[in-house]
Design a protein around this ligand. Structure first.
Ligand SMILES: Cc1ncc(COP(=O)(O)O)c(C=O)c1O
Length: 436
């Protein structure tokens, strides 16, 4: 699926993308559909087509993609198994607003591959599913508060978009991330630094009997792909249990990526609930909350509700089932981890050869590059010391060499990144490192 033609691209023209951005701005604020896509250097690109791990932009560039559309495209674009599943379902109906076999099939698949997942509910985006998990936890415990960690992203809703990008001088306290976040909407959110069990314990003790949930990304993918220190995630689960709170892993990034069973399988841990989206459906809109049966009883007995017109949409669910079955083929995760390790190593060696200080952090299928750091970051605050200027120059130089990466230095590796792609990446990394 993955042979390529020409890279590097000597001069990276964005004439067509610039024209489209100007037109887009007339009707779309910022000219983009998600604030995260409002990047500079050189400007938001417009894509005409995607195939496997490649994008084709409006200016005729063929770009090797290590963004996976911010994570979902774990099988690349237009994977034949997903196309077949989706087109078969399209011919049998787009939506029912009622029950169908595909829901049972996917629920059985998820509960069979995710360790400790006894029940599952479906929604459409990670943001929604996080809210569903919080509601389940609050209804189950009868408590109002939840604890999140600094630098973690759990979607764009006001109660969780809190202390996501604080600055070095900011106190560690719940801080809004953007305008339009009135304090009462995050009054029940508490924030502690990550990889710091004593801080978590203090917060749980301060609010004894009032904390419904402790919510964490198991690998801090959104804050520099920081890795959990040995015992930290286990400690989160145990402290939550000790204080009667529900432990929630936000596996929107790690789910179906670190392993088929996500962080639960990768770290051999079972929190009370986990939230999934992104890689679960290879680019289609499916999210899920899975976990202990007892917690889902609050839906069975009517203590609370979970709703949504598009929940369990048959077309999206068909994509998810095909994705998980494809990912379940032997060797898939070993392959992604090996490819990710090789790319990381290429970056580290290219930097070391030139005396450029740099570290990488994360896991094979999702990792981050930090210029200017001597040690892997432990938490979000450590990443603030990285050299953002050099990182931006590297990203731009990679683009000039045919490689498309995310603006925050995070790389996503998918199942369709093969040896050809690795060779392209290694050449581009070498060329880009030479000019930063
Ligand atoms: C860990 C995590 N949680 C939640 C979300 C929100 O998911 P969505 O963008 O599908 O609403 C994201 C999105 O990037 C995420 O990375």
């Amino acid at each position: 699926m993955s042979t390529t033609t020409s890279t590097p691209i000597a001069s990276f023209a964005v004439t067509a993308s610039a024209t489209l951005l100007n037109r887009s701005r007339q009707s779309l604020p910022m000219g983009v559909s998600s604030g995260m896509r409002r990047v500079g250097a050189p400007q938001p690109l417009f894509f005409e087509r995607g195939e496997g791990p490649y994008y084709f932009d409006a200016d005729g560039h063929k770009l090797l993609d290590y963004t996976l559309a911010w994570g979902p495209l774990i099988l690349g674009n237009s994977h034949p198994a997903v196309i077949t599943a989706v087109t078969d379902q399209l011919a049998r109906g787009f939506a029912f607003g009622a029950q169908h076999r595909g829901e049972i099939e996917l629920a059985e698949l998820v509960t069979s591959v995710v360790p400790g997942a006894e029940r599952v509910i479906f929604s459409n985006t990670g943001s929604e599913a996080v809210q569903a998990a919080l509601r389940l936890a609050r209804s189950f415990t009868g408590r109002p508060l939840f604890i999140k960690f600094e630098g973690h992203y759990h979607g764009w809703f006001n109660n969780v978009l809190v202390s996501y990008r604080p600055q070095a001088g900011d106190a560690i306290e719940p801080l809004p991330t953007c305008g339009g976040q009135p304090p009462h909407e995050f009054a029940d959110t508490r924030v502690v630094p990550w990889n710091d069990l004593p801080a978590l314990e203090r917060m749980l003790e301060t609010h004894a009997g009032r904390v419904a949930a402790v919510l964490t990304e198991p690998l801090l993918a959104n804050g520099g792909s920081c890795e959990p220190e040995p015992g930290f995630l286990q400690g989160v689960i145990e402290l939550s249990r000790k204080h009667g709170a529900v432990s929630v892993f936000d596996e929107v990034i790690t789910g179906f990526r670190l392993a088929l069973g996500g962080a639960r399988e990768y770290f051999s841990l079972q929190p009370d609930l986990s939230v999934y989206a992104k890689a679960m459906a290879a680019g289609f809109c499916v999210a899920a909350v899975a976990g202990r049966r007892e917690i889902f009883d609050v839906l069975e007995d009517g203590r609370t509700i979970h709703a949504g017109t598009y929940n369990g949409n048959p077309v999206n669910l068909a994509a998810a089932t095909a994705t998980i079955r494809t990912l379940a083929q032997p060797g898939t995760f070993d392959h992604m981890h090996a490819h990710g390790r090789a790319v990381r190593q290429a970056i580290e060696l290219a930097a070391a050869r030139r005396g450029i200080p740099l570290v990488t952090s994360g896991s094979g299928p999702v990792f981050s590059v930090h210029f200017g750091l001597a040690e892997r970051p432990r938490n979000y605050r450590d990443t603030l010391r990285a050299d953002a200027t050099r990182a931006a120059a590297f990203r731009l130089a990679l683009l000039h060499n045919g490689i498309y990466t995310l603006p925050d230095g995070r790389w996503y590796v998918g199942a369709v990144h093969g040896p050809d792609e690795l060779a392209l990446a290694e050449t581009a990394i070498e060329a880009a490192m030479a000019v930063v």
